[in-house]
Design a protein around this ligand. Structure first.
Ligand code: IVH
Length: 704
């Protein structure tokens, strides 16, 4: 590579040209390797090209190409693909690990539907395939597009890649006019081994497990590479349909099989928990000889009318659950314990391990949770591991289940090195030196530095720009850190992002003075920031990074309040009323409610939120599909015994139609639904002039 120039000496135009040349050379080498099985260049030369590409990209991140070769192994960046909005959201599944939790699933459903313990409640049980989900849309029998799950609302357009999978039919006969088939793309063990063997022969490009290989192959920007990677597909569900496939889950799966899809042969109908658990054991026994990875068994209510009644929580259906297999374990040496400071100030101990293969994945880090866990106690002070503490130098047992962060399960005292000492958990923040304190009832020790702690501030900003939050193109985790440390044009709080352009008035000199930024990239960044000034309420609530408020909770809050003004009015209003309203939301408990109220009571935090909100156009929560419901925006109270649906179902239905459900009658109540035996609430409602209706009136009102 005689013509290589030092990267620092490259102008922006030269760097762009260099990235283009590297992309072409690497693509050519890839094609020779993947399709022709006839590599044209040595492994060392190939590696040098990839390294040079990565170095130029690191220096000029904004010039990184959509088809960058650095994205070709493993996960490809989403920017390279077109986007497809799912007309029916692609959700995930709640998990069960123990038989008791399967029993609870059954009980919960019966309770919700008002079914007795003896009533029949059939479910299907089928393997949970360890791959990546894919949605295939057919119109008049022809495959129109294929999308990954993405964030559940919008996925990546991988149509060209899906067309290369033999199990994905291009044309169907006798299908509904609109049919979206959902299922899992996976790689069989034999195909995986052959692929890795080829990789190892040629350049050491191998995947850690079949799931990564399947994901990496499906999300390839070059479909000819996907074609060279043997992928398989099982259909297990559907999205948009112009007409139902059948009236049961099993019937629908059989219909998909008749249309030409591969469906899993171990799918059975089981009546009751015992039958589900028996089939789980059967599948677990067959697991080693299936020839592909599965990580559990999925149970789904068979009757689709019941599925419809059960509906969804914010991100998972009530009518299904994944019963996961036990985790995989292995022993290794604990080399060090590092402390990371998170966005809520929690000091999290991380175990640095001698790398070890656990069920096919190389693990070198594991979580140690908190100081109690290291000392051998749980959050209630009960002994765990019979009280054995964990020390640097110990032999520890690692376990991992699916994609969950590996954990340390146990320690082998017989191999403890002589002279080892108990781990002393730091009492000051390793990042800013502020005292780190534990409040009663809190399992974490937290840095008290707040916004002066750079780790917390940076983590909060990172979270703020992350994929399911503001997701600003060109402002990723790395750039955030650079801006945080920049004296000329700093970003220290989320609001600073939206004043960046205004603060760089003099023909963008401040940004352009920084390495890697030019006129075009600066303009692109400002455009990307401007695009995010308009933000859906649930994304903003998640992005704020308030303790205990994850994506699910943010969605629940957005659905409940509808608008930022309503939400803010509640959390900044009288505390008792705020507590009552928040905890009445299904899925919001007192701890989260407290945390929300605290965030808006803390003056520094409140000032940062206000400064941010001033720059945003916050979109109301999607009430689109419920805008015309007769109860949109109304506040309902249920009392007495309902006979045709349970209270939980009535509440979920009302909320699904855009209404709020309150626990007690007040002047704000619009409708009281009084079931049998309604007492004082009905009397109070009448006194207040609130509209009162019986159960039939309620069913008629919602058209049930
Ligand atoms: S049903 C509403 N069935 O598991 C969600 N999912 O953890 C319906 N998966 O995203 C999903 N095998 O990618 C279903 N037999 C199966 C499955 C399965 C694997 C995946 C799927 C889903 C994830 C949830």
């Amino acid at each position: 590579m005689a013509r290589e120039r030092p990267i620092k000496a490259l102008t922006e135009a030269e760097a762009a040209a260099e990235l283009e040349r590297l992309e072409q050379e690497i693509s050519r080498a890839d094609r020779a390797y993947h399709q022709l099985d006839a590599p044209e260049i040595s492994d060392a030369a190939y590696d040098a090209l990839k390294r040079r590409n990565a170095e130029v990209e690191a220096q000029f991140p904004h010039l990184r190409r959509a088809d960058s070769p650095s994205a070709r192994v493993g996960a490809t960046p989403a920017e390279g693909f077109g986007k497809i909005r799912h007309s029916v959201r692609m959700l995930s599944l709640a998990n069960a690990f123990e038989p008791d939790e399967v029993q609870e699933f059954d009980t919960r459903i019966r309770k919700y539907l008002g079914l007795g313990a003896d009533a029949q409640l059939a479910c299907t049980a089928e393997p949970k395939i360890d791959g990546v989900s894919l949605a295939l849309l057919y119109r008049d029998g022809a495959l129109v597009h294929a999308a990954t799950r993405g964030d559940g609302e919008t996925g990546e357009d991988v149509t060209a890649n899906a067309r290369t999978i033999a199990d994905v039919p291009q044309q169907l006969r006798g299908a509904p006019a609109v049919l979206e088939v959902r299922g899992e793309v996976y790689m069989r063990h034999d195909d995986f081994q052959a692929l890795n063997a080829r990789g190892a022969d040629i350049g050491g490009r191998t995947f850690a497990n079949p799931r990564n290989a399947a994901a990496g192959s499906l999300r390839q920007l070059d479909p000819s590479i996907t074609r060279a990677r043997p992928l398989s597909f099982f259909a297990y569900g559907w999205g948009t349909l112009s007409e139902p496939l059948a009236d049961t889950q099993m019937g629908s799966i059989e219909r998909l099989a008749a249309l030409g899809f591969r469906t899993n042969p171990l799918t059975r109908i089981c009546d009751g928990t015992e039958a589900l658990l028996a089939h789980y054991r059967e599948i677990e026994m067959q697991r080693p000889t299936l020839g592909y990875d599965i990580d559990g068994v999925v149970y789904k209510v068979n009757d689709l009318a019941l599925q419809a009644r059960l509906g969804f929580r914010s991100t998972t259906p009530r009518w299904a659950i994944a019963h996961k297999f036990a985790a995989e374990t292995a022993w290794t040496r604990l080399e060090a314990i590092d402390i990371q400071v998170g966005r809520t100030g929690a000091l999290s101990p991380v175990a640095r391990l001698a790398p070890i293969n656990v069920g096919g994945v190389l693990v070198s880090n594991a979580t140690l949770h908190n100081e109690d866990y290291i000392q051998g106690r749980d959050s209630r002070g009960q002994l765990i591991r019979e009280g054995r503490d964990i020390r640097v130098g110990d032999w520890v047992q690692i376990y991992r289940a699916g994609d969950v962060i590996p954990k340390i399960a146990d320690v082998d005292l017989s191999r403890r090195p002589e002279g080892s000492v108990p781990y002393a958990f730091p009492e000051t923040c390793p990042e800013c030196g502020s005292p780190a304190v534990r409040e009663p009832g809190d399992s974490a020790r937290r840095c008290t530095g707040g916004l002066i702690c750079p780790a917390q501030a940076v983590e909060r900003l990172r979270h703020f720009v992350s994929r399911n939050a503001f997701d600003i193109e060109g402002l990723g985790a790395r750039q955030i850190e650079a801006f945080f440390n920049d004296d000329q044009l700093p970003i220290r709080t989320p609001g600073d992002i939206f004043t960046l352009e205004a603060r760089d008035t003099d023909n963008l000199t401040k940004l352009k003075n920084r390495s890697g930024w030019g006129e075009t990239s600066a303009r692109n960044l400002f455009r990307a920031i401007d695009e995010r000034r308009r933000i859906p309420l649930h994304r903003l609530l998640f992005a704020l990074g308030i303790r205990h408020v994850g994506e699910t909770a943010a969605t629940l809050l957005a659905q409940h309040f509808g608008s930022w003004a309503a939400f803010e009015g509640c959390v900044t209003g009288p505390e008792a009323e705020a507590m009552a309203e928040l905890t009445n939301i299904n899925g919001v408990g007192p701890v989260m409610a407290r945390s929300l109220i605290d965030a808006f009571t803390n003056s520094a935090e409140r000032a940062a939120i206000d400064a941010l909100a001033a720059h945003l156009d916050i979109q109301d929560a999607e009430a689109a599909q419920v805008e015309n419901s007769p109860i949109t925006g109304l506040t309902l109270v249920f009392t007495g015994t309902l006979t045709r649906m349970t209270r939980a179902e009535a509440k979920a239905r009302a909320e699904g139609l855009g209404a709020k459900v309150a626990g007690s009658v007040s002047a704000k109540t619009d409708i009281l639904v009084a079931g049998e035996g309604a007492g004082s609430k009905a009397t109070k409602a009448e006194a207040l002039g609130v509209r009162v209706m019986d159960e039939d009136g309620w069913l008629e009102l919602i058209g049930a």
